[in-house]
Design a protein around this ligand. Structure first.
Ligand SMILES: *Cc1c(COP(=O)(O)O)cnc(C)c1O
Length: 377
């Protein structure tokens, strides 16, 4: 839902072209909800979800830590006021010279998922703390991340043992249960795996300290999602089940759940047409599409709520598409999107819950269209 602050801003400022408006109050509320629900857990905001300087600064002021994937993201977190001890280099795929740069900036916490990456860190950041990412199946997630990152738990044991042998500090285990995870119990299996790695390594004289439980916390799009409290309760239950009364230090890395519902994209209907006189599905073309920031409509995975000035009128299904000359730039076709029959060319629409994974996914200038502009209020 667009907040009244956002609606008032759009009504008075009338910004030109498609743009994302982010309400910082909502970001702050989301941070506080995470902190309240999981008081013992440190929050590392996943910078990639929305790296606007104002968002990073507001979170830094509230005490957030930051999960980064590159040297520029590390620099953005530092510029926002975070000290290096509040920043992790969480990408498992890093150039060796970027590890050296991160080390020079003071970063001491690195993700790995194989021995080859451990060797790079041992060379460039001697003595640093590393955590090993294990695979999670991503079941129940609308944007699964399954195979690309992580290794099987048995391999994680060897990875962390070689980290110790190479002079690093084997610090913990991480996983990501898949983005937009609708199942509050999804953390259970991964925490069972993590506790097995903890126990096996303890028998070999390595005491891990931390479990990084990743992101996955959802934003409400069209369907309702469980509240943060429900996730916290399920996660805490799973921690108790698998770690007993020896709870490790824990971290979460919310991205989508921190900023998704804080943003609204204002867009405009450029064309409404049909492919034949008999065609009963209208094609509605907006001034934003897959290349303008709505990349998560890939495979129609994320279905955004769309508000029009004619909501309440009779609806009919539409194919929804972007303005560029690439035929892949169609948002919803397999499952057409219901929009008012009275919708007209020139109408402004609001694409809600677009605070995460939009500005950073916009192309530089495909067909000459500018990257998605972000306005933070
Ligand atoms: C993208 C990412 C996140 C954020 O995931 P969300 O599902 O948006 O919360 C967290 N951790 C890592 C390592 C990531 O790559």
């Amino acid at each position: 839902m667009a907040t009244q602050r956002v609606l008032d801003y759009l009504a008075t400022a009338r910004p030109e072209g498609p743009c994302l408006v982010v309400d910082l109050d909502v970001v702050r509320d989301n941070y506080r909800a995470f902190a309240r629900a999981l008081p013992e857990t440190r929050i590392f905001y996943a910078v990639k979800a929305n790296p606007s300087p104002e968002v990073l600064q507001a979170l830094a002021e509230l005490g957030s830590c930051f999960d980064t994937a590159s040297v520029p993201e590390i620099e953005m977190a530092l510029a926002a006021g975070a000290t290096p001890d509040r920043i992790s280099f969480g990408n498992t795929i890093k150039k060796e010279r970027d590890i050296a740069r991160a080390r020079a900036l003071g970063i001491d916490l690195y993700a790995v998922d194989c021995i080859e990456e451990v060797e790079k860190i041992a060379r460039q950041a001697p003595g640093a703390r590393v955590f090993c990412r294990v695979l999670a199946d991503g079941e129940g997630a609308e944007w699964p991340l399954s195979r690309k990152f992580g290794c099987v738990p048995a391999m994680a044991i060897n990875v962390l043992e070689s980290a110790r042998d190479l002079g690093l500090s084997p610090y913990g285990i991480s996983f990501h249960v898949g983005s937009q995870q609708g199942n509050v119990e999804a953390w259970d299996r991964a925490l069972a795996d993590a506790s097995m790695v903890f126990r096996t390594l303890a028998e070999r004289g390595i005491q891990l300290g931390m479990v990084n439980m990743g992101g996955g916390f959802p934003t409400k799009y069209l369907k309702d999602v469980p509240r943060v409290d429900a996730y916290a309760q399920a996660i805490f239950g799973a921690l108790r089940r698998h770690f007993g009364n020896q709870l490790p230090e824990t971290i979460i890395e919310p991205g989508r759940g921190m900023v998704g519902d804080a943003g609204v994209i204002k867009a405009e209907v450029v064309l409404i047409s049909r492919k034949s006189d008999e065609d009963n599905v209208r094609w509605v073309y907006l001034d934003i599409g897959k290349f303008g920031g709505l990349a998560e409509t890939m495979d129609e995975s994320i279905r955004y709520p769309i508000r029009t000035p004619r909501d309440g009128d009779a609806m009919a299904p539409c194919v929804l598409a972007g303005p560029t000359c690439d035929s892949a730039d169609v948002l919803y076709e397999r499952t057409p999107y219901p929009l008012p029959i009275s919708l007209e060319i020139g109408d402004e629409v609001l694409i809600e819950a677009t605070g995460a994974y939009t500005t950073t996914y916009a192309s530089v200038a495909f067909n000459g269209f500018s990257p998605l502009q972000a306005i933070v209020i």
